[in-house]
Write a protein that binds this ligand. Structure first.
Ligand code: HEM
Length: 126
């Protein structure tokens, strides 16, 4: 199959790449004194799974996220958490480390990163 027919999800390595990305991200969150207290559950495994399923679906992989969670409504789902610029920047710092750890081709990395920056800015609520 030609390159154009692949979803971004497939092109960057499918589920395994998203698993690595989100796992690496939550390793950072687990150690972050600003972000860790925002997460309601003691175990971050559930949050990790939800973000992984969401990103997989967003980038053209299986839509398991919506089957299990319904419409994403990300602004509404983040409303219970105080997200200011500091929280946004901490989130993006861990996500940046995680994105770079994948060592994607520069064009793919930029596409993924632009989306994450845009999405994080759209979720600031304080
Ligand atoms: C859930 C924080 C940005 C996607 C959560 C939760 C917290 C949180 C505390 C609850 C964890 C849980 O599911 O138990 C933040 C902070 C952000 C941020 C501080 C900084 C701006 C983002 C971005 C995305 C995202 C940019 C998407 C690209 C999600 C998803 C869930 C979630 C999919 C699970 C929603 C659900 O199904 O319940 N986030 N988040 N978040 N976040 Fe974020």
């Amino acid at each position: 199959t030609s390159e154009e027919t692949l979803s971004f999800y497939e092109a960057i390595g499918g589920e395994e790449s998203f698993r690595l990305l989100v796992h690496r991200f939550y390793e950072g969150v687990a150690e972050d004194p600003l972000l860790r207290p925002l997460y309601p559950e003691e175990d971050l495994a559930g949050a990790e799974e939800r973000l992984r399923m969401f990103l997989i679906q967003y980038w053209g992989g299986p839509n398991t996220y919506s089957q299990q969670r319904g419409h994403p409504r990300l602004r509404m789902r983040h409303a219970p958490f105080v997200i200011g610029e500091a929280e946004r920047d901490a989130w993006l710092r861990h996500m940046g480390d995680a994105v770079r750890s994948l060592e994607l081709p520069p064009e793919r990395e930029e596409q993924l990163w632009k989306y994450l920056v845009y999405a994080a800015h759209s979720l600031v609520n304080a």
